[in-house]
Structures are given as structure tokens and as C-alpha cells.
Design a protein around this ligand. Structure first.
Ligand SMILES: Nc1nc2c(ncn2[C@@H]2O[C@H](COP(=O)(O)OP(=O)(O)OP(=O)(O)O)[C@@H](O)[C@H]2O)c(=O)[nH]1
Ligand SMILES: [Mg+2]
Length: 354
């Protein structure tokens, strides 16, 4: 049994890589399974894999490390029900210390498993960090980002398709210099060829149980987690003119534009419209357009997952204002089915093996 554990900052491309890998592996008759993870209860990534009919489970209400038993139960259930050859486990993008709290416990309780550990980084955000020009997030958030890279076996420098030729050369040079002890992959996770190389690297660079656990200041880590407010919200949009899908697209744009106008740094801002259309924004991505696949619909469900550096009331208010304005403009009716909003608390891992 192979378990590929992924970490990497919010919005760095973990889900995109897993999706692409699963499609390729399933085509080769290799059985896959996915475990997703995030801070809230109604999670976009979990819904996304369900819509793709890829066997999956989700660990909710906090990271794998603080919910190790939930992680283990989900993994065992996936193994029993779907008998996968390969499991991808995507941890929360604001989480670190995965070696000590997830990989070493996994190795210890399931010694027969083959484990790998990739840490993803958005190439453009990473380049800003490497050049010392990384002022978008609070220092405590930057601390988490740096610690994620420090503990990686494999660093996936992702979205290289979005770099200029000069930036591409610069990042390769800086990364080779700074992370000589790591396996470095320069990747475009939307490209099947790039994903084949990643899968090969996962098989050739297994997690070494003698790897050092991080030396980590949990107070700074906890402060970084708390800086990024979380909101997950499930919304029903009803339209008597059967425009619910396009009204949903308008609401997505409205929420994104408002957060951008206030200038709050976005960890991730993710939406799942009608159970199968996923939209994702980060501070560093300037989306060209929200291209909703529109067909007549009188009712749709929109799932919102937001992780933004601002306070909780402000983030909730921005989303509420966007809902109110979209209702007024389009004439649709919007009801909130569930709302979970909080500043994530101090990380308390179930296990920590140094
Ligand atoms: N151009 C380009 N876009 C990418 C690539 N990988 C991911 N993206 C886009 O980046 C955004 C975030 O991707 P996700 O796969 O959701 O990132 P993630 O790391 O799973 O994000 P969280 O789970 O929210 O932490 C999406 O809009 C993707 O389409 C890539 O290699 N190239
Ligand atoms: Mg994801």
C-alpha cells in the first residue's frame, strides 16, 4: 500500500495534482483513494472528489495532525471498502510539522506502508519569499510557509507555466542553491506529463523514517493559524427565471471582488457550484473570468470555503454583503443552509514523534 502525503501552502495546487494523478492512474487500472482535509465541516475539496467519482474520505474540523484518529479511521475505511493501491492524503495548507505528527505515526503504526511526502509551493509566491519580498502575509504565516518547505522530502515548485522565462531560470537557480538536500520538481500540475514525473519521483523518493522532525515554535505556528480566519458556508440559490447557475457565478465574483477591494491577503477562496464546478482564488492568482457552465436551473447549492487574513466578523460581513447585493441585482432568493466561522485554534497534535 502506497500512501502519498501532500502538504504545501493554501492554493499551491495539491488538489489539482491529485486529481490529475488519479485520472492517469485509473486509466492504467491502478486503484486510487483520496483523503482530503480542512478546518471546517462543509469542504469544497471533498465535494470535488465526490463529483469526480474518485473514492475519497474527508477529515473535517482541523488538520490530520490534530485529528490523527479520524485520519486513521478514514484511511482504514477507504482501504476496506475500495481496496486502493495508492492513497493520496492532502493536508490543510496552513499546517506544518507533518513529519512528526503524521508521517512518523503512520510509519510506526503501519510499518508495511510505503510513504512519500511532497510539499507544494506556488512558484510565484515562492519566488517572492526567496527574494525576501514576502510582505503579503503576517510574519507568523510566513513562518509556517518556511517550515513546510524545511521538512519536505520532495518540494514541488508548482504552476511554473505561469512564470516568465527569466523567473523560471531565477527560481531554479535559487532553489538549487537553498535546498540541495531535497528532491526538487518544477511542475505544471495541469499537465499529465508533469504529473507522470511527479508520480515517478514519489515512488523513487520514499519517506525515510530516520528523517528529522522539525524544530518548531508552536506559539508562532498557532499565531499564524489564527491570523487566517476560516468561513465555510452552504448556500441555496433559487431563481424563478431559472438563472440560478449564472446567479451563483455572479455571487462568486462579488465575494472575490469585495475581498480583493479590501486588500485582505487570501490564503484560499474556494467555491463548489452545483456540486461539480470548482473555482479557486488566491491573492497571487488574478483570474481572467469566472467561467460558469450555465444551463437553466431554478435551484443550485453553492459551497464557500474561505481562508483569509482578516478578522472573522469582517470576513463574514463581506460574504453577507455580497449575498445581499447579488439578491438585489439578480432577483434570486438566497438562503444559508449552514455557516461555520472561526479563527483556528492552537494546534494540539494527537501524536508527536521526534
Ligand atoms: N496555471 C496553473 N494553475 C494551477 C496549477 N496547479 C493548480 N493550479 C490552480 O491553482 C488554484 C488552486 O489549486 P488547488 O489544486 O485547489 O490548490 P490546493 O493546494 O489544493 O489548495 P487548498 O486545498 O485550498 O490549500 C486552482 O485555480 C488551480 O486550477 C498549475 O500547475 N498551473
Ligand atoms: Mg486542495
Amino acid at each position: 500500500m502506497k500512501i502519498h502525503v501532500l502538504n504545501g501552502f493554501l492554493g499551491s495546487g495539491k488538489t489539482t495534482a491529485i486529481r490529475q494523478a488519479c485520472i492517469g492512474l485509473m486509466r492504467d487500472n491502478i486503484k486510487v483513494g483520496v483523503i482530503t482535509n480542512d478546518q471546517g465541516i462543509k469542504l469544497v475539496d471533498g465535494g470535488f472528489f465526490r463529483s469526480l467519482q474518485i473514492p475519497s474520505r474527508q477529515v473535517v474540523s482541523g488538520c490530520f495532525c490534530c485529528n490523527y484518529n479520524q485520519f486513521n479511521t478514514n484511511m482504514e475505511s477507504l482501504i476496506e471498502t475500495n481496496k486502493p493501491d495508492v492513497i493520496f492524503a492532502e493536508s490543510v495548507g496552513s499546517c506544518t510539522d507533518i513529519v512528526a505528527t503524521v508521517l512518523k505515526p503512520l510509519q510506526s503504526f503501519h510499518p508495511s506502508f510505503e510513504l512519500s511526502f511532497s510539499v507544494f509551493a506556488d512558484a510565484r509566491l515562492l519566488l517572492m519569499l526567496l527574494k525576501g519580498n514576502f510582505s503579503m502575509f503576517d510574519e507568523s504565516v510566513n513562518y509556517i510557509y518556511k517550515k513546510q518547505l524545511e521538512e519536505a522530502t520532495i518540494i514541488v515548485i508548482n504552476k511554473i507555466d505561469l512564470l516568465s522565462i527569466e523567473e523560471d531560470e531565477e527560481i531554479k537557480h535559487l532553489m538549487d542553491e537553498k535546498f540541495q538536500d531535497k528532491k526538487l520538481l518544477f511542475q505544471n500540475s495541469t499537465d499529465p506529463g508533469s504529473i507522470r514525473d511527479w508520480l515517478e519521483a514519489l515512488n523513487q523518493n520514499q519517506f525515510d523514517k530516520s528523517s528529522d522532525s522539525l524544530t518548531l515554535n508552536y506559539d508562532i505556528y498557532g499565531a499564524g493559524e489564527a491570523k487566517l480566519a476560516w468561513v465555510d458556508e452552504e448556500i441555496t440559490i433559487r431563481s424563478s427565471s431559472r438563472n440560478a447557475l449564472s446567479d451563483g457565478g455572479d455571487l462568486i465574483k462579488n465575494i472575490y471582488e469585495r475581498i480583493k477591494a479590501f486588500g485582505y491577503p487570501v490564503g484560499h477562496l474556494k467555491f463548489l457550484l452545483n456540486g461539480d464546478q470548482k473555482f479557486s482564488f488566491t491573492s497571487i492568482v488574478e483570474p481572467s473570468a469566472v467561467k460558469v457552465i450555465v444551463k437553466p436551473a431554478d435551484t443550485v447549492i453553492l459551497l464557500v470555503n474561505a481562508r483569509v487574513q482578516t478578522d472573522l466578523d469582517e470576513l463574514s460581513r463581506i460574504i453577507a454583503d455580497a449575498i445581499e447585493e447579488t439578491t438585489r441585482w439578480s432577483g434570486c432568493r438566497i438562503t444559508i443552509n449552514s455557516l461555520d466561522a472561526f479563527q483556528p485554534g492552537y494546534p494540539k497534535p494527537t501524536h508527536r514523534m521526534s
